[in-house]
Design a protein around this ligand. Structure first.
Ligand SMILES: [Mg+2]
Length: 174
């Protein structure tokens, strides 16, 4: 059986993006309206759902792995249906293979869960997410405030564009 996965970026897709900053503590986590409803739909449409997130705030020493674990515990409680959260704590300058737009996290999910990346979907709110998805062979969906301009600027990286995760979920609700 071919297993289809949904890969979700975190900041700007599941929780409100803090511009030029990071979600460093649980009380800075604000889940976007409609995400819970979206997850209720999406969990029936995919075999697995993963979060793939760059968290260089750790590499910069602005937060710890422990802080992130608490934030992710809360996020899982609020969203449900997430099989695993993959994150890269490395700073951009370190050029980690696990840091998006490099595809290390997609390959880890493929290895861990046996998912078929060509049948999988990446949803994100940035150019980097779209490049990650395309490099991994996935269908890409851009959401968020900058979604439309990203889709127009990088048409070869973006397959679909929606205002937010709930709109995407409703579009594939069966
Ligand atoms: Mg993002």
């Amino acid at each position: 059986m071919i297993k289809r996965a949904l890969f979700l970026d975190r900041d700007g897709v599941l929780n409100v993006l803090r511009r030029d900053d990071y979600v460093k503590r649980v009380d800075e986590l604000e889940v976007i309206g409609g995400v819970k409803e979206a997850m209720e739909i999406l969990r029936h449409r995919f075999d697995h759902i993963f979060i793939v997130t760059n968290q260089q705030g750790i590499g910069k020493g602005l937060m710890t792995e422990g802080d992130l674990a608490l934030i992710h515990k809360r996020l899982l409680e609020e969203t449900g249906a997430i099989d695993k959260i993959y994150y890269c704590p490395k700073r951009k300058e370190e050029n980690s293979f696990d840091r998006k737009p490099n595809i290390g996290m997609a390959l880890k999910a493929k290895r861990d869960f046996g998912v078929n990346l060509k049948e999988s979907v990446m949803v994100g709110d940035s150019w980097s997410d779209m490049l990650f998805g395309k490099r991994a062979g996935m269908t890409t969906v851009v959401v968020g405030r900058d979604g439309l301009s990203i889709a127009q600027q990088y048409p070869y990286l973006v397959d679909y564009c929606y205002d937010n995760l709930l709109k995407f979920a409703l579009s594939i609700e069966g």
